[in-house]
Design a protein around this ligand. Structure first.
Ligand SMILES: O=C(O)CCC(=O)C(=O)O
Length: 321
């Protein structure tokens, strides 16, 4: 019997080996167009309010259009909690994560590469020994590129006809193993390869992969990508959502989204709640584990309680039979 192929399981497998994967057809053509239209409209609104869509510290010229604070808009709130995206996020970061940022980068013809970086290196110091950050990159246009542009004259047939470089994100294979800045290869620039994907796909990239935006060398094709940035809950978010999201939006959010955006009154209490128990209970816990093994007369009773909208195990209690 031929085993059924689960594309998402394949993607997760690729992810764990390479630090990235492509999941195709997450959005239909129609949905993709709707999101792209909304993106341009949000960008126009930002410009009208005098907000910058070009940041010189990020991009070498104004052909990159950056759109920030997408979560103020319903379409993008839907995307950040899209079930496929969340499934991929949980497969990398586990059940507990927060949303750090959600932005767009439209690389228009003439745009050039930003600085090489890994997303985790932007929010936490080295060594980066485990994955604590990741991006879900929504492709609103096809993205394609080639580091072999110089070979183009040598290509034949359809390969020659193929268009090169609409600014696909460029990444370095194996860079997810670099743990410190001194591990960055001297010839990093020559090692770059493009992520290629069709419009409507997501590229999932863990935060330890070193990458940059590609140069868009086409005459007339925009490359539009959204970057949904998720991290482990102990890393400070890039955006203070409490400050930035309007009251209307904050009031409309589900308890789950409130938690993912870190909008609760408490912030980094997760580990404290999980691991701080009264000393007597901690001693008892050890005893319980020991006694459970020998099937003695004590039971460990574990329950779950809600705290700040979150399910947490209660401290183990002992019941003497
Ligand atoms: O636009 C891209 O391809 C990459 C953007 C990026 O890595 C960033 O903005 O941090």
């Amino acid at each position: 019997m031929i085993a059924a192929i689960d594309p998402l399981e394949d993607a997760k497998d690729h992810m764990s080996r390479e630090g990235w994967c492509v999941v195709p057809d997450v959005l239909t053509q129609e949905q993709t167009k709707k999101v792209l239209d909304e993106l341009w409209s949000v960008a126009a609104g930002a410009n009208k309010r005098g907000e910058d869509t070009f940041l010189p510290f990020l991009d070498p010229n104004e052909s990159n259009v950056r759109v920030f604070y997408l979560l103020e808009h319903a379409v993008f709130r839907e995307l950040i909690q899209h079930p496929t995206a969340i499934q991929m996020v949980k497969s990398v970061l586990g059940e507990n994560f927060i949303i750090s940022n959600f932005t767009a980068n439209i690389a228009r013809p003439g745009s050039k590469s930003m600085g090489l970086h890994s997303d985790q290196s932007l929010v936490s110091p080295d060594p980066w020994t485990r994955i604590e950050a990741m991006n879900i990159i929504w492709c609103l246009t096809d993205v394609y590129g080639s580091t072999l542009t110089h070979l183009r004259p040598l290509l034949t047939g359809s390969a020659r006809g193929r268009k090169f470089e609409n600014g696909a994100t460029l990444y370095i294979p194996g860079s997810n193993k670099w743990e410190r800045r001194q591990d960055i290869a001297k010839n990093a620039k020559e090692m770059l390869k493009p992520f290629e994907a069709k419009a409507g796909s997501i590229v999932v990239m863990d935060g330890t992969v070193w990458h940059t935006s590609g140069a868009n060398t086409t005459k007339d094709q925009d490359r539009a990508l959204l970057f949904g940035y998720y991290t482990a809950p102990h890393l400070r978010q890039q955006v203070n959502w409490t400050r930035k999201l309007s009251k209307d939006v904050q009031d409309s959010l589900s308890p789950e989204m409130e938690e993912w955006l870190g909008l609760g009154v408490t912030a980094n209490l997760g580990e404290a709640i999980m691991h701080l128990k009264y000393l007597d209970d901690q001693c008892c816990f050890r005893q319980v584990v020991a006694l459970q093994v020998s099937c003695h007369g004590i039971q460990k009773v574990e329950g779950y309680t809600r705290f700040q909208g979150r399910s947490i195990p209660t401290a183990p209690r002992c019941v003497v039979k």
